[in-house]
Design a protein around this ligand. Structure first.
Ligand code: GAP
Length: 526
């Protein structure tokens, strides 16, 4: 698995993702998508929309406002219960989500070193560590603050440090079992932190109203249930899909774009008859799990995990997470929850407007149940980026290649002139780029030698390069053959095809049919 630093550095170098407000020192919890990143993320959203809305006849779309009536959040339960327990370090002032502390400590350098020392089985090794590395790596550990006191302790009461449980050992060295992963200081008792971001609407402070930036796009769908039902005349079961920004005052944003305070969701609220909800839940888990694999996520890097009862959100009866093996370990990519009739019922009660469905068969009004596949556009983009990353050795040199599915690749085709001083080659290549652009995002590049240009396109995941050379345009020795070379990013194989057949061939290639095209036209190697 590639480490996150490589992804962050490639993202910046090649224009996928930049730190927000970097020239002012950056804003830790926000990221900007650069020229290639915006293409990649737009492709993720476009494919999600196409597959979940346009290719199904039981789905319609919506684009609701980010700011909503404040009562929405009372009804939804977010005001009362959308919070995370957090804790702060009394020494360095850093804050952590209480349920993330243990994992963060286990991943910290000081704890990993200390565990190696503990495994040696002697207290004298631990004392030496405390006086040396411990003081540098975790200066606020109780033992590192007062090493003389620590070394004077009577350890004969205990078995060797390796025989204490991890939490007993932590108490011994840190003075508590709730220790700051960063500096080793003592953490405060957990408190609850509301996760919603506030702003105010209106030009004059006295009359402005306090509103929240939505923490999920879902509520825009629930409050529009009746509008959509009346306008679209849909029958149950049917779903409403929406893509849009959401905001959460996360206590510990981090891991690049994985957890941020401003992010984008791709959510479906699928309304069905009560009693059919569990079946629909399973169908959606299956559908969404398959979707990531369809666009290239490797099977070994994706899994399903069912929530325990203690993990369920306040509105959910059941939830299955789709998890991806990110560089920091298995983490949530998408959650598929059974929200029952909770939200429609709550909004009916709080707004006084009945959000019901008239069932023709039983001649009764019912409140539909809801299955909610809720994905993150940023997390999906990050997962596709991480999964596509490959390093290979080609003729003794390292090749970095992003093996994106062609539909996800930011640039689909790069048109490269073999000689940039030959006017006919350049003119043909530029005209070809303009023609291809009508259907696919194509670029023209003549700023380096052909080998360098291929490597550059590999590194940004362009599936096909088309090269125009002397034979294409002809010279005094030979007439034009009107053929170009297509080079496949994954195999680095090349085929030579007629310009007139290029578009239908590229269409085939976008469908993943390189082998078929290569067989038909004969391969020549790079
Ligand atoms: N409406 C249900 C809901 O919002 P969630 O599990 O809290 O459920 C759904 O969020 C998805 O939104 C997550 O699986 C993740 O992909 C994305 N997401 C949530 N919080 C995020 C954050 N702070 N940064 C980036 N993506 C986030």
């Amino acid at each position: 698995m590639v480490d996150m630093d490589k992804i962050v550095s490639l993202s910046k170098r090649r224009g996928f993702i930049f730190q927000s407000s970097e020239i002012y020192g950056g804003l830790g919890s926000a990221w900007d998508y650069g020229p290639l990143g915006v293409e990649l993320k737009n492709n993720v959203k476009r494919l999600w929309w196409r597959d979940n809305v346009h290719l199904r006849d039981d789905m319609v779309g919506l684009d609701a406002a980010i700011t909503m009536h404040p009562r929405v959040w009372e009804a939804s339960g977010h005001l009362a219960s959308f919070s995370d327990p957090f804790t702060g370090c009394r020494d360095c002032g850093r804050h952590y989500r209480a349920d993330h502390v243990e994992e963060a400590r286990k991943n910290s350098k000081w704890w990993q070193r200390l565990m190696e020392v503990r495994a040696k089985g002697t207290w004298s090794a631990v004392i030496n560590w405390v006086k040396g590395d411990g003081k540098k790596l975790a200066p606020n550990l109780a033992s590192a603050k007062k090493p003389e006191e620590f070394s004077a302790r009577d350890f004969s009461r205990y078995p060797g440090p390796h025989q204490l449980s991890e939490s007993e050992f932590l108490k011994e060295v840190g003075g508590s079992d709730s220790i700051c992963p960063s500096c080793g200081g003592k953490l405060s008792e957990p408190r609850s932190a509301g996760l919603m971001l506030e702003t105010s609407l209106g030009p004059v402070q006295e009359t402005a109203i306090k509103v929240y930036l939505r923490p999920e796009t879902a509520q825009g769908i629930f409050v529009n249930f009746d509008n959509v039902l009346q306008a679209s005349r849909k029958k149950l079961p049917f779903g409403i899909a929406q893509i849009g920004k959401a905001f959460r005052n996360e206590i510990t944003p981090g891991n690049f774009t994985f957890r941020t305070r401003e992010f984008e969701q791709m959510e479906i609220e699928f309304f069905c008859m009560p009693g059919t909800d569990e079946e629909w839940h399973q169908k959606w888990v299956h559908e969404r799990f398959g979707w990531y694999q369809r666009y290239g996520i490797r099977t070994e890097n994706i899994r399903q995990r069912e929530h325990g009862l203690d993990e369920l959100a306040h509105y959910a009866k059941g939830c299955v997470d789709i998890e991806y093996l990110f560089p920091m370990g298995w983490s949530e990519l998408e959650g598929i929850a059974n929200r029952t009739d909770y939200d429609l019922r709550q909004h009916s009660q709080f707004s006084g407007k009945a959000l019901e469905y008239f069932d023709e068969e039983s001649k009764q009004k019912i409140i539909p149940y809801v299955i909610e596949p809720s994905a993150g556009a940023d997390r999906s983009t990050l997962a596709f980026l991480v999964d596509a990353y490959h390093e290979e050795e080609v003729r003794g040199e390292k090749r970095v290649v992003l093996k994106f599915h062609p539909e996800l690749a930011p640039i689909k085709i790069a048109v490269l002139p073999l000689l940039k001083k030959n006017d006919r080659i350049v003119e043909t290549a530029k005209k070809l780029t303009a023609d291809l652009r009508r259907r696919w995002y194509a670029v023209y590049d003549d700023t380096a030698s052909i080998g360098r240009l291929y490597r550059r396109q590999d590194e940004v995941g362009t599936p096909f390069c088309v090269t125009v050379d002397v034979q294409t345009v002809g010279d005094e020795k030979a007439p034009a053959d009107d053929k170009v070379t297509i080079r496949d990013r994954n195999t680095m194989e090349q085929v030579r095809v007629s310009l007139s057949a290029l578009e239908p061939i590229i269409e085939k290639l976008m469908d993943g049919k390189w082998a078929e095209v290569a067989q038909e036209h004969g391969i020549k190697r790079e």
